[in-house]
Design a protein around this ligand. Structure first.
Ligand code: HEC
Ligand code: HEC
Length: 502
């Protein structure tokens, strides 16, 4: 893992970049902005990080206004069995990977299903069918009104359960209404959903003491408690749903500390702490991650072509490959990694590799995009965002970027000793970095959360075209990464067009 600090560009490269801007302003760079490359004075290649990738989707529908088409019109149900019968068929392999994306729990323990169906049934305005009011997408095939992304998981005794699958966080509707696999679901109120699933039932059993819980967490579930107070039959339905759990399925109800409840209450939609109760691992530091897009993650061959040995996944960039990320997901989520060897995860790895950022239906004006390409180079953005799809070729110190630094101690723990906290296993090739990766910059036009902690809502705030909220509270802070903020307004407008073009 290379962990170097940012190296300023040579004056020669700056001069070449300035030339690109000038040419771009003259409007002669229209095609360069889309897919070309240019040379700097040293003869080095200033390749366009956003050059189109080959389509390797085998005709699967990953972006469409038609949800049934995205779900491959029922073909996912038998996809992995079909692939097992024809292991040489790459289309079936990807289809199996897609089925895993939507419907596999990886054996990770989840939530008792009766609690979810109770929420759907009795709280139409607060939860809604398919958890739509919490930003999820209803599963058209679910007779219980459950959303996509909550596949059946290991039962709690006799009680059926659902787990958190990839689609809960990484499947979303685009601003134009289309559904897209790999889109970060920044509408998903993950923290609030968890409070409704845990705190609300906990407070509904006789003798529960609200004063032992975090006031902000109580506020989140108050509308649901009001509804229960008005209609006693809702509580009876809950008790009926909980009874089997209190018997044989004991231990199924996760408990959270009041402090943790407060965190769940305060995460904005599309953000969360990944190592926290009730997961089997809690690193003891409060960090906030926005859900990443899964588009255009470079594979091994592409990394090698750029002299890189790690895909630098996760915000701290310590995860070397998609395979390692999945293995970590299974392990940290409480699944049995022995059940999930590399060949069994392989179809999902290949499927993720085929995901591409959707092009905007209403692209920004081509001349502004072409000029923005020049600004991106001249302003030094490409120095840190020059690897495939605008990712970085190295990791950065939090002090250099200046964004909220709580994440520096992610997985390290409160002792800050540079070692993963007790019990957390890293996959071979992965490491604790205490640093920050430079994210890929594709599909930004679809997003409503920016920076690693999701503290900004619009690219205009990032480039200081609009004021930032000015939050300084640790983990939530929205300062830093002011690159480009001092550019003339016209250049920032062009840069925005460029950033929204791919
Ligand atoms: C509950 C929400 C949630 C679920 C479920 C989830 N993810 Fe994520 N995912 C995230 C968040 C948040 C991040 C950013 C994590 C970080 O680095 O701090 C992320 C990051 C990633 C990354 C790294 C992307 C990058 O460019 O760094 C990959 C790959 C990924 N997820 C794949 C998956 C897959 C595949 C699944 C299903 C097995 C899955 N995730 C399930 C929320 C989720
Ligand atoms: C010194 C390296 C560096 C430079 C220069 C740089 N960036 Fe970044 N960029 C980063 C890092 C690191 C992050 C992640 C910061 C975070 O999330 O805390 C980032 C984040 C971003 C994001 C947010 C992406 C997301 O998913 O939230 C955008 C957009 C972006 N940069 C665009 C630009 C533009 C445009 C420029 C030039 C004006 C630029 N960057 C200059 C390193 C850099």
């Amino acid at each position: 893992m290379r962990l170097a600090t940012h190296r300023p560009r040579s004056p020669a490269a700056a001069a070449a970049a300035a030339l690109v801007v000038t040419l771009g302003t003259l409007g002669t760079l229209g095609t360069l902005g889309a897919c070309g490359s240019t040379e700097d004075d040293d003869g080095g290649d200033l390749a366009d990080p956003f050059a189109a990738q080959p389509d390797t989707s085998e005709g699967l529908v990953n972006v469409s206004a038609d949800l049934d088409a995205v779900l491959e019109r029922g073909a996912l149900a038998t996809a992995c069995a079909d692939y097992a019968a024809s292991p040489g068929d790459r289309r079936l392999r990807l289809l199996c990977g897609k089925a895993m994306f939507f419907f596999e729990s990886f054996g990770t323990p989840g939530v008792p299903k009766p609690i979810l169906t109770w929420l759907v049934e009795h709280f139409p305005d607060e939860v809604g069918a398919g958890f739509t009011h919490l930003g999820m997408i209803p599963d058209p095939a679910s007779v219980d009104g459950l959303p996509l992304g909550l596949p059946p998981g290991p039962d709690f005794g006799t009680v059926p359960a659902v787990s958190f699958g990839c689609a809960s966080c990484h499947f979303a509707r685009l601003p134009d209404g289309r559904y897209a696999v790999g889109a970060p679901n920044h509408a998903y109120r993950y923290g609030h959903m968890n409070l409704m699933m845990t705190l609300l039932p906990m407070l509904s059993v006789p003798g529960a003491d609200p004063s032992a819980h975090h006031p902000e967490a109580l506020a989140v579930i108050q509308p649901l408690r009001d509804r229960m107070a008005a209609d006693p039959s809702i509580q009876s339905a809950l008790i009926a749903a909980l009874l089997p759990l209190l018997g044989g399925g004991g231990g199924a109800m996760p408990t959270l500390s009041a402090e943790t409840e407060g965190h769940y209450a305060r995460w904005r939609s599309g953000t969360m702490d990944f190592l926290i109760q009730p997961l089997p691992f809690d690193d003891g530091v409060h960090t906030i991650s926005k859900i990443s897009a899964l588009w255009g993650i470079p594979g091994e061959a592409e990394l090698a072509a750029h002299g890189l040995t790690s895909a630098m996944l996760g915000w701290t960039g310590g995860t070397a490959s998609v395979h390692n990320f999945l293995a970590g997901f299974v392990d940290i989520g409480g699944g049995d990694l022995g059940e999930w060897p590399a060949e069994r995860l392989g179809p999902l790895v290949d499927y993720l590799d085929s995901l591409r950022a959707p092009a905007p239906m209403a692209p920004p004006p081509a001349d502004a995009v072409a000029r923005g390409r020049g600004v991106f180079v001249a302003a030094g953005c490409q120095d840190c965002h020059g690897a495939p799809r605008g990712g970085g070729a190295e990791l950065y110190d939090f002090d250099e970027i200046g964004t909220d630094a709580a994440m520096r101690w992610w997985a390290d723990g409160p002792d800050h000793d540079g070692q993963p906290f007790d019990g957390l296993r890293f996959q071979p090739g992965d490491s604790l970095t205490n640093a920050l990766k430079s994210p890929r910059l594709v599909g930004l036009w679809t997003m409503t959360r920016f920076l690693h902690n999701g503290s900004l809502e619009r690219l205009e705030q990032l480039l200081c075209v609009e004021a930032r909220p000015g939050v300084t509270e640790p983990a939530f802070g929205d300062g830093g990464h002011t690159f480009g903020c001092d550019l003339p307004a016209g250049e920032r407008a062009d840069l925005l067009a460029y950033l929204r073009a791919h």
